[in-house]
Design a protein around this ligand. Structure first.
Ligand SMILES: [Zn+2]
Ligand SMILES: [Zn+2]
Length: 347
């Protein structure tokens, strides 16, 4: 099969022929029809992820068709249209046993713990636990956008963040996950303040339902601006970028007893992130993490997509062939795209 491979961190990846994967005993091989490009892929390529061993094939936001099935899989057959959360769970550890597959103790992540989906085929373990059926009417490009950022944003806003209608929600960072969070919070009846440094990202945020937009390059203190716009601070605030600056601004922009949800990854290579804990105590803030979403939690989200309340399709702003992935991956370091780029390995 053809795949995007890199041999060394930070050096150009290339598209070349590699061996086809085989299905694990409890897993499947999926023919990849669409796979999203994500900032996590860039971090992995830069060597910021300790799970990766070289040479490596990145890619973790995928949708496609089951091609081959391991002997212990009971729920899936060749030809099924599927996607997966980026955290693939084992199904049997204590976390999985209580339904928290998103923090599985023996999780695998395609494109990190093993070769991923910037390839014509990808192997996925524990298919009965992790695969999600993609409805006929949903395109593969849209389905690919669900597994990482959209599902992550959904869990961050709805489950971890416990958004309520009428609340102010601040979203710091309007890349793929941030724009998804804007859309989901607005659809939940919240008033959204979107914060970013890119006018293009803020324009998309407004289109997806943000009531207020803050250009972080134009104000000395974004948290203060959020507190002004929201009459004292957001009820719920997300760092959807993942940086010490946006993390602190998110916490500082909350009102009393507000909830901060950390969604953007804070790479371990950058060290431990300082958090304004004095404010967390004085204002009784809640500080929460959010890490993907379990496959079994997808149906309510898919129902809102089916009903047209949520429109992940609008987040996909460009599709590229596999051959264009190495350059697109490199470009993420300097110019993070507004919206979502999806690669189609068979085009
Ligand atoms: Zn991702
Ligand atoms: Zn587990």
């Amino acid at each position: 099969m053809r795949a995007v491979v890199f041999e060394r961190y930070g050096e150009p990846a290339e598209v070349r022929e590699v061996a086809d994967p085989r299905p694990p005993e409890h897993g499947v091989v999926v023919r990849v029809e669409a796979t999203g490009l994500c900032r996590s892929d860039w971090h992995g390529w830069q060597g910021h992820d300790p799970d990766i061993t070289l040479p490596h094939v990145p890619g973790h936001e995928l949708a496609g068709v089951v091609e081959a099935v391991g002997p212990r899989v009971t729920r899936w057959r060749a030809g099924d249209r599927v996607t997966v959360p980026f955290v693939c769970a084992c199904g049997t550890c204590p976390a999985c046993a209580v339904g928290d597959q998103q923090v599985c103790e023996r999780q695998t992540q395609p494109g990190f713990t093993h070769w991923g989906s910037f390839a014509q085929y990808v192997a996925l373990d524990h298919a009965d636990v992790n695969l999600v059926a993609v409805p006929r009417e949903m395109s593969f490009a849209t389905a690919a956008s669900l597994g990482c950022r959209f599902a992550t944003a959904f869990r961050a806003v709805v489950q971890q963040g416990r958004v309520a209608a009428g609340e102010w929600v601040a979203v710091h960072g309007c890349g793929g996950v941030g724009l998804s969070a804007v859309m989901i919070a607005a659809a939940s009846g919240a008033r959204v303040v979107a914060v970013d440094v890119s006018p293009g990202a803020l324009e998309l945020a407004r289109r997806f339902g943000a009531a207020e937009c803050v250009d972080a390059t134009g104000v000395p203190d974004t948290a203060e601006r959020v507190r002004e716009l929201t009459g004292g601070g957001a009820h719920l605030s997300l760092d959807a970028l993942g940086s010490p600056t946006t993390c602190a601004a998110s916490v500082d922009g909350l009102r009393r007893r507000g909830r901060h949800v950390q969604v953007g990854l804070l790479p371990s290579a950058a060290g431990t992130t300082p958090v304004p804990m004095a404010r967390a105590i004085a204002l009784e803030l809640e500080l929460l993490g959010s890490h993907g979403m379990a496959a079994h939690a997808y149906p309510p989200m898919l129902e809102l997509v089916r009903a047209g309340v949520l429109r992940p399709d609008l987040l996909v702003t460009s599709t590229i062939p596999l051959a264009a992935v190495p350059d697109a991956l490199a470009a993420m370091g300097t110019a993070p795209a507004a919206g979502v780029t999806v690669a189609e390995p068979w085009s």
